[in-house]
Design a protein around this ligand. Structure first.
Ligand code: ATP
Ligand code: MG
Length: 440
């Protein structure tokens, strides 16, 4: 085997382009999102499911479709050095979760609602809100015909926006009909593009006959213009598809979830049929899709499973975090323990553990035997830690069995100038707990 070369250039020791670190100062937002999304999904009966980050390449080619951005130019694919298998880092979650559901016969006892979170990989040009490694919160409903479930996942997402305090996302829905309706539509669409050939870029021309609906998704200005006058798939819909789409709109209205119909939503994967939807924000100038999904009734069969109607969505977590309030940087620490001297260090160690036994989050100043740094520099660290209290222990406190308690922040994490109090060691937990209860 080839010997792995030690890095010679400094860039080899930097993060890969388009792949970001999450530093401790940013992780409070991530955790807030993950906890909130998990809680809301559970409220609707969803259970967590996880599939590997690497799958066989043909899984993505067959499910997402050959003539798509993802498969044509965005996949991180490689050959396994040991056995030559063709593998790909997942660019999305649906294909892997459906593969896993088929392999484990997950829907054998009836429909299943699942959610998943994790990293995706797409070789794109990195820019704000677009990365080569990014994260998705993903939801899938296996075995449901809808349209009630179609509406339910949108109602659930609307609740998630409320819980996160994000008011400015707009729900846009569309229907892609069924295979026959799309065939009729395809013919009309090709005729429209052929009549406007001069406005199409090379990519649109190439896709015109292989996958004309992809052209509706183009981000090229002249093509967007031609798309304004393109025929509408809604006009090719027949009874069942129309009833499904009408039903969805009725359920959304009944739940007071606002939406608009946008006939240009086709989504980036071939597996979608009937319901397609996006949540879009205008907060950053050009419209930005934060969440996209739809129904994929044919995918299970296409991948070798039993016929299983299904719907799901993927939400770009980085894009959601861009919309979260900036004050979510709290460390979650109840107290930082400042101590000086060997006896005080021992007492601090005991106190820390007993406070953690009581369920509190405690950081103890660290840095060697007897503690390190002056009282002043330790207090600076206590401030920087974001903790709500500094607990101070010196020789006097050890002798008296007490602790000096100094408030640093209020319940909202805002710095405060509080009076220092001397409290018996055994009463500290109760003191912090009462003060840490936002209702107390
Ligand atoms: P776009 O049109 O922006 O390229 P897409 O149609 O490729 O999006 P999907 O495949 O539907 O996106 O993925 C669902 C969600 O994942 C998107 O709405 C977006 O929020 C997020 N997402 C997709 N690609 C990226 C990326 N490269 N970086 C960050 N988030 C992304
Ligand atoms: Mg894309």
């Amino acid at each position: 085997m080839e010997k792995i070369q030690a890095a010679k250039s400094p860039t080899a020791l930097q993060a890969v382009k388009g792949m970001n670190d999450v530093l401790p100062t940013e992780s409070a937002k991530w955790e807030h999102f993950e906890l909130t999304a998990t809680r809301v999904a559970r409220q609707y009966g969803y259970r967590n499911m996880r599939a590997p980050i690497v799958e066989h390449t043909p899984l993505f080619v067959r499910s997402i479709g050959e003539v798509t951005d993802i498969v044509e130019k965005e996949m991180y694919s490689f050959e396994d050095k040991l056995n030559g298998e063709k593998l790909t880092l997942r660019p999305e979650l649906t294909a892997g979760l459906v593969r896993a559901a088929i392999e484990s016969n997950l829907v054998y006892n009836g429909p299943v609602r699942v959610y998943s979170m994790g990293q995706m990989f797409r070789h794109e040009r990195p820019q704000k809100g677009r990365y080569r490694q990014f994260s998705q919160f993903d939801v899938e409903c296996f075995g449901f015909e809808g349209p009630d479930v179609d509406a339910e996942i949108m109602i659930m997402t609307a609740r998630l926006w409320r819980e996160l305090g994000i008011p400015d996302v707009r729900l846009e829905i569309n229907t892609l009909g069924n295979v026959d309706e799309r065939a009729v539509y395809r013919t009309k669409l090709i005729a429209h593009y052929e009549a406007n050939l001069e406005a199409l870029d090379d990519e649109a021309k190439r896709r015109l006959h292989t996958n004309p609906m992809r052209v509706l998704d183009s981000k090229v200005a002249s093509v967007i213009e031609v798309n304004r006058t393109a025929p509408n798939l809604l006009d090719s819909l027949e009874g069942d598809s129309r009833a499904h789409f009408d039903g969805l709109q009725q359920f959304l209205s009944d739940a007071n979830v606002p939406f608009v119909v946008n006939s240009r939503i086709v989504r980036g994967m071939d597996y979608y049929n009937r319901t397609a939807f996006e949540f879009v924000t205008e907060r950053f100038g050009a419209p930005l899709t934060v969440c996209g999904g739809g129904r994929y009734d044919g995918l299970f069969e296409q991948l070798g499973g039993k016929p299983t109607p299904a719907i799901g969505f993927g939400m770009g977590i980085e894009r959601v975090l861009m919309m979260l309030p900036n004050d979510l940087t709290a460390s979650g620490l109840d107290a930082y323990i400042v101590h000086s001297g060997e006896g005080a260090q021992k007492a601090a160690g005991k106190l820390s553990e007993s406070l953690r036994d009581a369920g509190l989050a405690i950081a103890q100043h660290g840095g060697g035997l007897g503690g390190s740094g002056s009282f002043k520099s330790q207090m600076k660290k206590a401030d920087a830690s974001g903790a709500r209290y500094a607990l101070i222990i010196g020789d006097n406190e050890v002798a008296a069995g007490t602790v000096a308690v100094k408030p640093l922040r209020n319940a909202n994490g805002k710095p405060i100038q509080g009076e220092q109090a001397i409290i018996t060691s055994s009463a500290v937990a109760a003191h912090l707990r009462i003060a840490s209860d936002p209702r107390g």
